[in-house]
Design a protein around this ligand. Sequence first.
Ligand SMILES: [Cu+2]
Length: 191
Amino acid sequence: MTKMTRALAVAGAMMLAGSAFAQPVQLGTLTITSPWVRPTPPGAPSAAGYLSIVNHGAAEDRLVGATTPDAASVQVHEMSMTGNGVMKMRPVPGGLAIPPGRTVTLAPDGYHLMIIGPRQEFKPGERVPVTLVFKHAGKVAVSFPVANGPVANGPVANGPAAGGSAAGGQAGGAMPGMTMGAMPGKAPAKP
Ligand SMILES: [Cu+2]
């Protein structure tokens, strides 16, 4: 096997594995893709989850919440820059709108699932079971791989092949560079 053909074979195998490990989840006219949760250090008060939601339907839906047995609670958050240049986050009032014909992406520095009070460390290669709750479509279970970036194009559970830390180098903190200042009421629960 030449170097080139071997590289192609590896790439092909990775694509196959990737498709097997990153099947989109369908709920009515919604398609959920690329879920991932950032790893947490021990005792982290929170973790962040990300995903994309495609609405193939003709009507708006809303991501109103989520639950997981692996944490105390989950909120749908948005980020905004304050006047003095500090990023703050807060629950999205009324849930996150998923307009018809559009894709809404929850990604670092934007919308995210705020996973409050993780019951244990989230380690790369593990999975966090999350139930997403939509206003109209209802509930759907999605398995979120723990990784340092989206894993749609690579296997998650198979060890070294799971590369692609597209978001790069932020494995440490749950939510780097953010403050909880905009959270109404109390601070997030400690695990
Ligand atoms: Cu948040």
